[in-house]
Design a protein around this ligand. Structure first.
Ligand SMILES: [Zn+2]
Length: 274
């Protein structure tokens, strides 16, 4: 599933080709995505003024409104030549005046296209979202304040998009390891110092993943290569039963909030203070 770094990589990859280009035509071959795709024909003739991202949504703005695109489980947006042959699962095209075409492919069709004519921040998909993890609005203080009455596991707390967006399962597990906090500790029991450390690890790990994703940009644009994860640098995710890279204890796997999680029983003992 594309996570925040892959979505940011996609956004950065397509942005230079889209901003300033005019949409020459719209082709919807299959609108049956998670919700019926909203890609109005009226977009033809409209210039693209901005490409943005909010959480895992890519925002493509024109003077008449904004397309709010989610890649779902298996979606991808690629820039192809307007003449490129259509493949299976190529559901939506935005043809550009430049001769390029922004093509949406999604085998499992859990992605979505919404069209919103006013400020996208007010769209129902986006109104309840917490701060961006790489913005100034995100901090240990924020995580701490939002956790005081929450008895859920700290891992579930940081994966809640109302608290902070874009912290997927991999990044939550890795940030908790780097912060030395056990994933199962109740959110309300993690200390302020613990949340400071956790917030800075979340930002660091996501920033690094975006950086690594960025190295695949050249493969990504104009081909069908998907942005890669940063698997080579994972400390705990997917490593249950293997030795901890810090203390050599065997990493423990478990299921928490219906998601698999892995932690080091020795390095992640505490609720924040060590
Ligand atoms: Zn360890």
């Amino acid at each position: 599933m594309p996570e925040l770094p892959e979505v940011e990589t996609t956004k950065r990859g397509i942005e230079p080709f889209l901003v300033g280009a005019t949409i020459a035509g719209v082709v919807v071959r299959n609108k049956h995505l998670r919700w019926p795709a909203q890609v109005p024909q009226a977009l033809a003739g409209q210039p693209i003024t901005r490409v943005g991202r909010r959480a895992k949504y890519i925002l493509i703005t024109t003077p008449i409104g904004t397309l709010i695109v989610h890649l779902g489980m298996s979606g991808s947006l690629r820039l192809v030549d307007a003449q490129a042959p259509v493949k299976t699962h190529d559901h939506i095209d935005l043809q550009l005046s430049s001769g390029h075409c922004l093509r949406y492919n999604d085998p499992r069709r859990f992605g979505s296209f919404h069209f919103h004519t006013s400020d996208p921040a007010e769209h129902w998909l986006l109104t309840d979202l917490g701060p961006e993890p790489l913005s100034n609005n995100f901090s240990g203080e924020h995580l701490f304040q939002q956790s005081r009455r929450r008895r859920i596991a700290v891992k579930s707390h940081i994966m809640d998009s109302k608290i902070v967006v874009g912290v997927g399962n991999i990044y939550a597990a890795e940030a908790l390891f780097s912060a030395g906090i056990r994933p199962t500790v109740q959110a309300c029991r993690v200390t302020r110092v613990g949340y400071d450390r956790l917030a800075s690890q979340i930002s660091r790990i996501l920033a690094r993943a975006i950086q690594v994703g960025g190295t695949t940009l050249r493969d990504f644009v104009g081909s069908d290569g998907q942005p890669g994860y940063f698997r080579q640098s994972l400390n705990v995710y997917g490593r249950a039963g293997e030795p901890c890279r810090v203390c050599a204890s065997l990493l423990k796997g478990m299921v928490l909030g219906q998601r698999s999680t892995v932690y080091c029983p020795k390095c992640q003992k505490t609720s924040g203070w060590r």
